[in-house]
Design a protein around this ligand. Structure first.
Ligand code: ADP
Ligand code: MG
Length: 155
């Protein structure tokens, strides 16, 4: 587990761009954090780092949005699992035109719903700490779960 302090939205995007360099097809990234924590901002950076088409925006009204790669990299599948009641089964029913195994999947609000998707996942917890005087300070806890992340350098 790695703990980072992120001081601004720009720095959060930069973190996303950096993490994108570690990601490959089939990876699952889970984002946890309250509304306004910066989950979508981080995902925007992931999209930039992966070189996908179109800006990443909140998928709230669509559950999942597919961002194809501009190059030959994997597409980014950005999921808002908030309204995904049944979890994995519904996820498979979403009828995305890409296979999840060939994509980098980023899920907001996915706790208890998408863990079965793969044995490995990168979990990011984003939070504001009581006592932070600056409005833009966020604390990010990165935890790699499974063999895939056992030797990764997340720092
Ligand atoms: P979420 O998807 O977690 O609800 P968003 O990324 O949509 O959050 O929104 C985060 C909001 O907080 C944005 O308006 C952003 O400008 C602001 N913000 C302030 N500081 C930060 C920071 N350090 N990291 C990310 N967002 C920040
Ligand atoms: Mg969001």
């Amino acid at each position: 587990t790695v703990e980072l302090t992120v001081d601004s939205p720009d720095e959060m995007r930069e973190l996303g761009r950096r993490l994108a360099g570690l990601l490959r097809a089939g990876d699952l990234v889970m984002l946890t954090g309250e509304l306004g924590a910066g989950k979508t901002t981080l995902t925007r950076g992931l999209g930039e780092g992966l070189g996908v088409r179109g800006a990443v925006t909140s998928p709230t009204f669509v559950i999942a949005r597919v961002h194809p790669s501009l190059g030959d990299g994997p597409p980014l599948v950005h999921v808002d699992a908030y309204r995904l009641g049944g979890g994995l089964d519904e996820m498979e029913d979403l009828d995305l035109d890409v296979s999840l195994a060939d994509s980098v999947i980023v899920v907001e609000w996915g706790e208890g719903k998408v863990e079965e998707l793969t044995e490995d996942r990168l979990h990011l917890l984003i939070h504001r700490a009581v006592g932070d005087t600056a409005d833009e300070v966020r604390h990010v806890t990165l935890t790699g779960v499974g063999d895939r992340w056992a030797t990764a350098d997340l720092g």
